[in-house]
Design a protein around this ligand. Sequence first.
Ligand SMILES: Nc1nc2c(c(=O)[nH]1)N[C@H]1C(S)=C(S)[C@@H](COP(=O)(O)O)O[C@H]1N2
Ligand SMILES: [Mo]
Length: 333
Amino acid sequence: MNRYWLDGVDLPNLKQPPVSALVDFETPRDRVFSLNHMGVPAIDRHNWKVSIKGMVDRQITVGLDDLRGMRQHEVCSFHECAGHPFHPSVPVRRVANVVWRGVALRQVLALAGVKRRAAFMWSTGADGGDYHGTEIPAFVKDLPIEELSRDDILLALQLNGEDLEDMRGGPVRLVVPGYYGTNSTKWLVSLDLQAARSPGHFTTVMYNDRKTIDGHEVVTPVWRVAPHSLIVSPAHEAVVARGVQTLIFGWAWSADPIEVVEVSVNGGVHWKTAQVEPRRQHSWQRFSFAWTPASSGRHRLECRAIDIAGQGQPLGDARNCIFSIEVLVAQPT
Ligand SMILES: Nc1nc2c(c(=O)[nH]1)N[C@H]1C(S)=C(S)[C@@H](COP(=O)(O)O)O[C@H]1N2
Ligand SMILES: [Mo]
């Protein structure tokens, strides 16, 4: 599609640029990764409707014109894929930072009136079909009711100032800033208020992290994004000059704001504090660290972020484990 997609991940249902292409605070649309589990469904943009049903006072449907006529909100947010649901602890570093525009979910739900016994909202997309041998009637995700009073969850119509393309989930998708991308249902056709979690494949079998703590299995839905960071520059395998100042920079993000980013230039032996910019709404945060390499040879650069609650990044075996690259320090020419 264009030269930014990484070799091997320019597939019909997965596009991803290399980390070194993520130089901008606002990721240009042609460098925003994209992922569909079951392909892009046939879309009738002109007659699109979203129904709001289940535990509501009034079941309603809203069309595109209704949504366009309502107050539009903009939310700047990072957008991160949780990774392949069969391999949840493999980091894929599929992330972008974009501006979504659309109608506040809260406002749409208020039109229907959510009943007090509703505990989850199921969101359904127009896509379905075969997913690795399982027949999926429709893509369904769910959110806990406590989140729904936020004013930054959107029924989004635009990304970076342009109407959502077919591949992006247009004409209307859910966007849940701070939650993994999988929760932001594309080609949104219904919102269903219910008392329990959705029984669908992508909310039960897939996208639940399981850990054993004191002999008990603890299941955490893949909802809130854990702290994560990556180095954009220098790129992996770049050559930098000895004795010359090099700016190491990258992005850090989490459901909560990031407070500290640390950088190591010797493979995690010593860590130094980087400068971190404040977050805007749910954006990622730029960090930078000025490094003057004193010795030649291969150097392993790493970064790790800590959020305001003190949560950091694990060393390995996690989707948000510490990012590391290698650069070659050479004699200046
Ligand atoms: N209807 C529907 N919504 C979906 C998906 C999907 O397969 N179908 N994939 C999810 C996943 S796993 C991610 S990471 C994001 C990707 O959004 P993007 O392609 O706009 O980057 O959409 C989410 N919403
Ligand atoms: Mo994803």
